[in-house]
Write a protein that binds this ligand. Structure first.
Ligand SMILES: Nc1ncnc2c1ncn2[C@@H]1O[C@H](COP(=O)(O)OP(=O)(O)OP(=O)(O)O)[C@@H](O)[C@H]1O
Ligand SMILES: [Mg+2]
Length: 268
């Protein structure tokens, strides 16, 4: 039997089930890995947007991380929504102490509706203390621009340039996502010191894209331990995500931007 990898997500929740921790755990299950979870914030959100955010105490986050890492053998961590500077500190300290081969950091700064989730102090700390731990970071166009204090990229040449510039913060690689690009396709660019690779997909015309970002970064964490390199990992993750977006309309969840279909390969 193939080895079952144990993957941890450190993230906020989505009680409507399509994004955040819920999307991460669904992704892990769909891709055949064992999912563990540390919750950083309780978010009242649904397909219409975010209504309220409740933070989880530092003590509680430390305790959850300790429970997981003292017992499980974690092969990859996906880090999603973290809102407070103190929590960014806690997570980077924990990462220094435990050896986990793959760290996927989704630098969640904006919600789907464009509202800012991270204040300036926390953003600086993210750059200086957490990004250096990351094997890969997965900013969308708005987040890449903001991290670099530059205007949002509006074409692929600018995406590539910003991807290269983001390496200066000490992450090993960057996947800059083109979901927000105003084009017929949705290209993502992988940038590392050695490689620059374009991953292109046709843009799917659906309003049901709630949770695409969380789902992609969780898929990268799930698949990286099984794959030879990031190129193969991203190819597999994007192929699976594209199927989940293509099948999203089957679900008919909520009144806004519905979730992608994580189990399109499993449910008949
Ligand atoms: N309509 C679409 N058709 C095909 N692929 C898409 C579409 N929208 C997004 N994607 C893909 O989904 C992934 C997530 O990209 P996106 O830029 O939407 O991230 P995000 O803004 O962080 O998402 P979220 O708001 O869920 O956090 C990327 O691989 C992107 O190319
Ligand atoms: Mg995102």
């Amino acid at each position: 039997m193939e080895k079952i990898y144990q993957i941890l997500s450190i993230s906020g929740t989505d009680p409507s089930g399509g994004a955040g921790m819920q999307a991460d755990l669904k992704t892990f299950a769909a891709l055949g890995v064992y999912g563990a979870s540390v919750i950083t914030s309780l978010v009242s959100q649904n397909t219409l947007g975010i209504q309220k955010i409740f933070s989880v105490s530092e003590k509680c986050i430390i305790s959850q991380i300790d429970s997981v890492i003292s017992d499980l053998k974690i092969s990859a961590i996906k880090i999603g929504m973290i809102l407070k500077s103190s929590v960014i500190h806690i997570i980077s300290e924990k990462l220094q102490k435990c050896f986990v081969p793959w760290i996927v950091l989704d630098p969640v700064i904006f919600a789907k509706d464009g509202s800012r989730l991270l204040n300036q102090e926390a953003e600086n700390l993210l750059k200086n203390t957490l990004i250096p731990h990351a094997s890969i970071i997965t900013p969308n166009l708005l987040e890449a621009g903001l991290l670099l204090s530059r205007p949002t990229a509006c074409n692929e040449k600018q995406m590539q340039e910003q991807g290269r510039s983001l390496l200066k913060y000490g992450c090993k690689s960057v996947l800059i996502k083109g979901g927000h690009l105003n084009t017929k396709n949705s290209p993502d660019w992988f940038i590392s010191k050695e490689n620059e690779i374009r991953f292109n997909t046709d843009r799917i015309f659906t309003k049901n894209t709630h949770g695409t970002g969380c789902t992609l970064s969780a898929a990268l964490a799930a698949l990286r331990p099984k794959c030879k390199n990031w190129e193969t990992t991203i190819k597999l993750a994007k192929k699976w995500l594209t199927g989940a977006i293509l099948n999203a309309n089957q679900l008919k969840i909520g009144h806004g931007n519905g979730p992608v279909h994580h189990f399109y390969k499993v449910w008949k």
